[in-house]
Every structure is written in structure tokens, then in C-alpha cells.
Design a protein around this ligand. Structure first.
Ligand code: FNR
Length: 387
């Protein structure tokens, strides 16, 4: 179901005024988002690859791990802040790069920037956003911690231009996504022939604003969005990318680089030994390889292989505070959330994202209090048991 824009604005107003109660659980946010979004937009975010078993496995992987609460710790003050490669967050999570957020709300990523900045939560902005990285950086402010997510285009001069722009705009790190050198087989989008980049310039702001990309076009994007979108999609495919290319990347940017989408001990060790600064253990929220290992299970394997000290961020399936705490106990230095804040945006714009962050941070503090955790560093393997 979807509602008219006027009805959507009215609902947002009623949420903001307290007339309507904000959803609380992830499933409630998703249901509320489904009510207001066109079906294609809802499915684009809710869906995953193939039969969606990996998306489900991401959740199921958390269940057998149980927290081991410690009592009588006099836990009156807590500081759950983390610092990953210089990126500081007051809470052990950040906002994952989620593309094309104009599908969720007319304000798109800019509303997320405002909510992130107000909460102090870092935001890794997407290469496939509907606003430019410069506008998003400005919206968050110079002081706000931010990374840029990099889909490496198959045109190296465009790639170089993206990296330079990210550094100039004040981003403090690069997440190079290595699991999406071509898009996964996503049944829901295939049924509706939906690829947002081909429609009205949605999700191609980094490209359309890039002087080198523009020089590759026969017509300016503003004159022909379908042509610009088609060219972007052609440049996006980069299956030939391999480990040798990383040497160029490390020389091309002074920013720390994390490989996003690592799922095996072999690749994690190779990333570390290649001089890559850190990794994001992730299966893209189950959107790429149906049947792939759950991200939390991969985290256990990967942390064991690289040992302590190598920066690991983890995402895919984080919904609530206990999930965050379990992931930290199993070796993550921080986690990312994706769909939870996308649904917040759909339901309530900036205020909806803010509400999602307030809930997660609040639940984190209460749960940390109750299990006797004062800092993120207090969490280790002894904090969990496998049922
Ligand atoms: C994503 N993700 C993603 N990742 C990335 O590196 N660049 C991107 O542009 C996108 N775009 C994107 C769109 C949508 C609609 C979703 C749901 C996800 C993946 C994202 O960064 C993250 O890995 C997952 O969202 C984490 O899983 P959860 O929290 O959604 O379960």
C-alpha cells in the first residue's frame, strides 16, 4: 500500500507532535514504512538476493549467542564510545551506506545527515546516493565524523576524481565495497524491472556532479537522465577488480581504507597483509549472494584469523542493542545499521531517523547497565555463551 504525499506529510506531522506513537521494534518500523511507500520502493529496501535466506540467516545467527549478565558491578556510569581508525562515535555503531534514499523520503540522505549530526553518530555516505557527497558533508558539518563508501567505477579517472572529492569534502575514511562488483540477483526488483538509477537521476548524484563523469557523456545529465543513469550503470560493473588494484588505491588516497563485504578468514588476512587499514564484515544485508554465510558467523571466523588489534566493523542483521553487544563481544570494534534507519526515514523523515537512533542508543545504555558493561572494551568472548 502507498499513501498520497499529503497524507504522508500529515502522518509525519502527527508523529512529530506526539499524536501518533513512533514504532519501536524493527518489524513495526518496517510495517509503518510499507504503509506509506510505493511497493517498488519498499521492496527495494526490504528485499535481498534470491530466496532471501541469507537475510534471514543474518538474524538467526544472533539467536544461539546469549549475553552473560554480570551482577553487583556498581555500574553507575557508562561510556560506550568507540574510535575506529580515527572515526569517533559516542555509541558503538554508525550508519551504513544505503543508496538511493530519495526512494524513502523526498529529503533523502540530507535528512539522515541532519539526524546523524544531531545525535553525533557517524555516517558512511553512499556512492549511490541521491545527494552529492559535498552537500552531505556540508549538511553534517565539518566536525561531524563521516566516511565515504566507494563503489570503484571501471573508469579509473572517475575513480580518482571520487577519491579526491571525498578527501576535499572532509571525509575521514573510505569503505571500498568489494561484494558488489555487479548487482546481486534480487527477485523482487527483477519482477518489477526496477533499477532506480535508470529513473530520473535517482542514486546517481556522485556521478552526475562529477566533472570527469560528465566529460564521458554525450548529453548533460540534466538534459537526459536516462542516458546518465545508463552510463553510470555501465561504469558501475567492475567484475575485473582484483587485489592488485588495491596498490593503486592505497597510493591514490591518504585516507584510511576499509574493505566492505569481507566474509572469510582468507580474505581478511589478505586484506590485512595488503596494507588495508581495516575491514567491514558484511554480506550487504543479504542482498548479494543468497545462501552466503551469515555476517555474525563470518565475524567469529574472521576475528579468530586476524587476531586482536586489526580494525573490524560488522554489519548485516543488527536490529537491537543486544545484537550490537554480541557483535562487539565476538570481535567487532563497531557495527553499522542499514535498513533500521532507512525505515525511520520513510516513516518520519529526519525525526524518524532521530527516533531510531534514540531508541537504539537508549536500549544500548540500559542493556549495558544491566549486564555490567562500562565501556565497549569490556565486551569480550566471556560476555557471551553459545546456547
Ligand atoms: C545497501 N547497502 C549498501 N552498501 C554499500 O556499500 N553501498 C550502497 O550504496 C548500499 N546501498 C544499500 C541500499 C539498500 C536499500 C540496503 C538495504 C543496503 C548495504 C548496507 O551498507 C549494509 O551492508 C546493510 O544494509 C546492512 O544490513 P542491514 O542492517 O540492512 O540488515
Amino acid at each position: 500500500m502507498s499513501v498520497e504525499p499529503e497524507e504522508r506529510r500529515e502522518r509525519e506531522r502527527r508523529y512529530a507532535s506526539g499524536e501518533l506513537k513512533w514504532p519501536l521494534a524493527f518489524e513495526e518500523w518496517q510495517t509503518a514504512a510499507e504503509e506509506v511507500l510505493p511497493a517498488r520502493a519498499f521492496d527495494y529496501v526490504a528485499g535481498a538476493a534470491g530466496t532471501e535466506t541469507t537475510m534471514r540467516a543474518n538474524r538467526e545467527a544472533f539467536y544461539p549467542w546469549r549475553l552473560r549478565p554480570r551482577m553487583l558491578t556498581g555500574n553507575t556510569e557508562r561510556d560506550l564510545s568507540v574510535n575506529v581508525l580515527g572515526l569517533r562515535s559516542p555509541m558503538p555503531y554508525l550508519l551504513a551506506p544505503v543508496g538511493v534514499l530519495s526512494l524513502m523520503h523526498p529529503d533523502g540522505e540530507l535528512a539522515v545527515c541532519r539526524a546523524a549530526a544531531a545525535a553525533g553518530i557517524p555516517y558512511c555516505v553512499s556512492s549511490a546516493a541521491s545527494h552529492t557527497m559535498e552537500d552531505m558533508a556540508k549538511e553534517m558539518g565539518a566536525e561531524h565524523p563521516k566516511w565515504f563508501q566507494f563503489y570503484w567505477p571501471n573508469d579509473r579517472e572517475v575513480a580518482a576524481s571520487f577519491l579526491d572529492r571525498a578527501a576535499n569534502a572532509g571525509y575521514q575514511g573510505i569503505e571500498l565495497t568489494v561484494d558488489t562488483l555487479t548487482l546481486g540477483w534480487r527477485d523482487r526488483d527483477m519482477k518489477t524491472f526496477f533499477l532506480p538509477f535508470l529513473e530520473d537521476g535517482q542514486g546517481i548524484a556522485q556521478y552526475a556532479s562529477d566533472p570527469v563523469f560528465r566529460s564521458r557523456l554525450a548529453k548533460a545529465p540534466e538534459e537526459d537522465w536516462a542516458h546518465a543513469g545508463g552510463t553510470m550503470v555501465g561504469m558501475f560493473q567492475h567484475v575485473a577488480l582484483n587485489w592488485d588494484d588495491l596498490t593503486w588505491l592505497r597510493e591514490r588516497t591518504e585516507l584510511p581504507v576499509l574493505l566492505k563485504g569481507i566474509l572469510t578468514s582468507e580474505d581478511a588476512v589478505r586484506a590485512r597483509d595488503s596494507g588495508i587499514h581495516g575491514i567491514v564484515v558484511s554480506n550487504h544485508g543479504g542482498r548479494q549472494v543468497d545462501g552466503a554465510v551469515a555476517a555474525l558467523d563470518a565475524l567469529v571466523e574472521v576475528r579468530e584469523a586476524v587476531g586482536t588489534g586489526y580494525p573490524i566493523v560488522m554489519d548485516s542483521g543488527i536490529r537491537r542493542a543486544p545484537d550490537v553487544l554480541k557483535a562487539l563481544a565476538l570481535g567487532a570494534d563497531a557495527v553499522q545499521i542499514g535498513r533500521p534507519y532507512a525505515w525511520g526515514l520513510a516513516v518520519g523523515g529526519q525525526a524518524g531517523v532521530a527516533q531510531v537512533l534514540t531508541s537504539l542508543s537508549g536500549e544500548l545504555d540500559v542493556t549495558a547497565t544491566l549486564i555490567g558493561i562500562r565501556s565497549a572494551a569490556d565486551l569480550d568472548r566471556s560476555s557471551v555463551t553459545r546456547a
